[in-house]
Design a protein around this ligand. Structure first.
Ligand SMILES: O=P(O)(O)OC[C@H]1O[C@](O)(CO)[C@@H](O)[C@@H]1O
Length: 575
């Protein structure tokens, strides 16, 4: 057993034992709270088990229940309206920047408003967008983590108010990512400050309700201390065996490919109320406390979006990733409506003998020939000769490979990659998937035509070696610490610093958010210089976030050997 903590929770001070568990107890509290009041609005994130909650609402004996699904436009109308954003592609949609009201049938909305007004007795308005129908006397928000929604899609949950139960889950995720989650997050923030109670509905068998102010105060607390997001792990065709050991995972699984540990857009947070721990999307923090979390420079540049992503790619005992390329900013913006792109890097946390990383083109590559070969390979006519076109570098522990968008790349087998990247995560143009199929038995989606538009044909061997492979230099060294710059490339906005710490080091985050990982050593402690937060323990391979608000902090080595920490932050624009 390693000491990696899979369930990191933050204790919420001042709200101990305020959680209520199970729908019976929850509706007892709500019944009490509604005494002498008329309108209970229950907002729900798309993905929540609406039928189950509506069944429970009967406990309140309301005279009128409005189900938002009936106020929404019907599926066919919505599909037609959203077709430009849904697209025909399996993976890529176009970002939707509208609001929930765009999905509502305005006549039905007016009729529902009238019904509520005229009703006598208790009225419950339930579902996604419920607060558009009526002013609340009491407001409840039923929340759900993105990973849970993703798992439910795989098991047959359709998109909101749709009947696409059996549709390929990648297409459902696409509709979630490009449309539903954006709109739902935006809408959530319009009522977040007013919510009287939040309900964690991630587990239908164990729902938990906590006071609204407990969550808001909890998020304020989290934004002023180091914290971790809740990691999740997913198998894949190329997945490996390393994380099973180090992250204490189920040994009976064939493999684990990804760990998302440090992707606030995808991950969640555990808030510990002592009598229950609730799980909420980490995006709630980003959207509710953006300036405190991100800092003024990062907020000014990105808005309420978390621009740094750490995740793991485990191919130890597994296979090569697909050979791939990511879009340039201009392309991702024009094609998919994204503000910034998927610039990446691979920090090699561990590697077996013979591990490698494919990166950049060989000298003198004929671009037309390479694209033709990729096309024929994907038609099954030839096996693509990757090494004819792409450099293959040996990879060993603590190497850092930089991957600005537009550079062909992939990790080879037997490497444990800590991916330190910009946030967008699904804009991968696979070029070649080594003639294999995905875990579902289908070929994984390949996007050569997109890829050909963004490959930077001048990124060939000498430039790649000079710029992208271990471009490390020492920033400072004394008897306590050696600090190195390891990346990223100047075309990418992230800076990474590696600290080899003998005893302790003070880090100045210059009032902007930092994301870190303990890359060597069993544990360390993060301390506040002014006592503004309590000491925070970190174990090997754990990713953690230090909010902008923490300012200067100390990393303390608690072991007898030198430890290694990597820290990523957004570079300030050059004057
Ligand atoms: O496409 P593959 O082979 O699954 O590659 C790994 C994937 O993991 C990611 O790095 C996820 O962040 C993507 O860039 C990439 O799609």
């Amino acid at each position: 057993m390693s000491n990696y903590d899979r369930f990191p929770a933050t204790k919420i001070k001042g709200y101990e034992n305020t959680a209520v568990r199970g729908y019976d107890a929850i509706f007892d509290v709500l019944k009490e709270k509604m005494q002498g009041k008329k309108v209970l609005v229950m907002e729900a994130y798309p993905g929540v088990s609406d039928d189950l909650v509506l069944e429970q609402i009967k406990k309140l004996e309301p005279t009128l229940v409005i189900d938002m699904r009936k106020i929404f436009k019907d599926e066919k109308t919505l599909n037609e309206q959203l077709q430009y954003h849904i697209t025909d592609d399996r993976i890529f949609g176009r970002m939707y920047y509208g609001n929930v009201i765009d999905f509502i049938d305005l006549e039905r909305l007016e009729a529902a408003k009238k019904e509520v007004k005229e009703a006598q007795g208790l009225v419950v308005v339930y579902g996604f967008g419920a607060s558009l129908v009526a002013e609340h006397d009491v407001l409840v928000y039923l929340d759900m983590a993105r990973w849970e929604i993703t798992l439910r899609y795989r098991k047959g949950l359709p998109n909101y108010n749709c009947t696409n139960y059996d549709e390929d889950s990648l297409r459902k995720i696409k509709r979630g990512f490009f449309i539903e989650w954006r709109v739902a997050d935006k809408h959530k923030m319009t009522c977040f400050e007013d919510v009287d109670y939040f309900i964690d509905t991630n587990n239908d068998e164990d729902v938990k309700m906590v006071p609204g102010e407990g969550v808001r105060d909890g998020l304020r607390q989290i934004a002023s201390q180091p914290f971790r997001t809740v990691p999740y792990f997913d198998p894949g065709v190329w997945g490996g065996q390393w994380m099973k050991e180090v992250c204490n995972l189920d040994k009976d699984q064939d493999n684990y490919a990804w760990s998302f540990d440090g992707v606030p857009e995808e991950n969640s947070l555990y808030l510990d109320f002592e009598n229950a721990t609730i799980e909420i999307p980490a995006m709630d923090l980003v959207l509710y406390q953006p300036k405190e979390l991100l800092g003024k420079d990062v907020f000014a540049r990105f808005g309420a979006e978390f621009p740094i992503r750490f995740d793991f790619l485990d191919t130890i005992g597994g296979q090569n990733l697909s050979l791939q390329v990511h879009p340039l900013t201009e392309y991702i913006h024009r094609q998919f409506g994204m503000a910034y792109t998927q610039d990446e890097s691979y920090y090699i946390l561990d590697a077996k003998e013979g591990a490698s990383v494919y990166l950049g083109l060989k000298e003198g590559v004929d671009s037309n020939q390479m694209i033709e070969d990729l096309r024929s390979a994907n038609r099954g006519e030839i096996i693509f000769d990757a090494e004819k076109y792409i450099n293959k570098f040996p990879a060993k522990k603590h190497d850092h490979f930089l991957i600005p968008a537009g550079t062909c790349h992939c990790s080879g087998k037997d490497a444990m990659v800590l991916e330190i990247s910009a946030t967008p995560y699904c804009f991968t143009f696979k070029l070649w998937d080594w003639a294999r199929v995905g875990l579902d038995g289908l070929p994984r989606p390949v996007h050569i035509e997109h890829g050909k538009e963004v490959i930077q044909w001048d990124r060939t061997t000498p430039w790649v070696k000079e710029n992208l492979v271990n471009a490390v230099y020492t920033v400072r060294e004394d008897e306590h610490v050696k600090e190195e710059h390891t990346g990223l490339h100047e075309l990418e906005y992230l800076e990474t610093r590696r600290y080899w710490i003998k005893d302790e080091v003070v880090v100045d985050n210059e009032a902007n958010v930092n994301m870190l990982n303990l890359i060597e050593g069993s544990q360390c402690r993060i301390e506040s210089l002014d006592g503004s937060f309590e000491p925070f323990e970190v174990h090997y391979a754990e990713t953690f976030i230090v909010p902008a608000k923490c300012n200067k902090y100390k990393i303390v080595n608690e072991t007898d050997s030198t430890i290694g920490v990597i820290r990523a932050y957004v570079r300030k624009p050059q004057a």
